[in-house]
Design a protein around this ligand. Sequence first.
Ligand SMILES: [Zn+2]
Length: 446
Amino acid sequence: MRQLVAKIPSQHRALILAVSVCLAIILLLPSEQAAASKSTHSNSLEIGKRYSLAIPQTQQLVNESDTDEAIEPDVIDDLAAEDNLQWSSLQVQRGDVLSSLFKKANVSQQTMLAILALGDTTKTLTRLFPGETLEFGLNEQGELTELRYAINKLKTLRISRDPQGQFMAQELEKTVEHRQQFASAEIKSSFWSAGIEAGLSEAQIMNLAGIFGWDIDFGLDLRAGDSFSVLYQTNYVDGDFVGYGTIIAAQFQNQGQVIQAVRHTDGNYYKPDGASMRQAFLRAPVSFQYVSSNFNPRRLHPVLGKVRAHNGVDYVAPVGTPIMAAGDGKVTHSGYNNLNGNYVFIKHANNIVTKYLHLSRRNVKVGDRVKQSETIGRLGATGRVTGAHLHYEFLLNGVHRNPRTVKLPQANPLQGEERDLFVANAAPVLAELQTKERVLLAKIAP
Ligand SMILES: [Zn+2]
């Protein structure tokens, strides 16, 4: 992981995080022909890069005309007439406003106002970005009869004038085709580089670490020779790749232990028997991407400079690295002393206490309730230390336990019929994952 940290300057890491978030949003693109009313989706889509796209002659569009029960001949004539529209395509330039585009297209401001008066659907026209395209379809009288705007790769806003001269707006949506991909890698230097080598995106690597983050401490537990395989979706529109989809199933081999995860219809991941991947405690309170000294199980204690058993786990990472609450709980201590520096203790259910020492900053105070993964402070070098690190302790019934290996009760397993259904669906998916892995191994073998 040092390699990764070294390769990526810190200011870029923030950028990568931001990009990952954007990617994650893109990954959440509606998987099917989502209803046009899904405004939350269209909001998230705006964050992603916008593209102009060819006018979609989608099934939907055709069907809408076809399924009109009684199509009078004159209506058909009208539809046919629409095909004879004079189309002009205007690209939004920096500084353009909607009215200037309408002017360029020889369409009156009155018409523009009539379209904007249609309401929320057409509001998107007031937030155009340079490079986007508006397509104006004018009839023989020079009247605007149809306006098209590609909101993104999947969605097009179509405004059309009905035979009575009234405008109506609709969102046309393209179908996303899901294809299944397989990736597999053996970890040699770091999980990150193995993921990149296997062809995974950075967001997928983070997702994968997220799925297994309750079982594996990705910062400290990975060893050369560990391996993983992933079945995931890729999304295509009109045969063009538009993004990575969800991870369908994954398998991680960590120090001889095999852990499998399969995505359920509820969007969560479960083990083959229906046990939840999500547990009451994260294996590590620090994201692996910050942690150094990956493949050195006999790490030196950062203070004493020699290997020694001590009551906690030390994570060496840059000052300022976010420290997460390992589980839901209540802050019992948040203070400073010469030994611990800035420290936070959290009391959890089942008589479990977690402790976080040497912080540069504390974000919580005594009495606060915290959620798992919530940032409770920042890694630092306060107290009796020679270098920046987090000292993390996990106590069960007052006794120190190794947080990376302690057995914990499973949280929220699938039950009853839902479990049966999951297990039945998961079996062939896992079989496929393993078959693909075997095929790959056979190819690699001499
Ligand atoms: Zn320590």
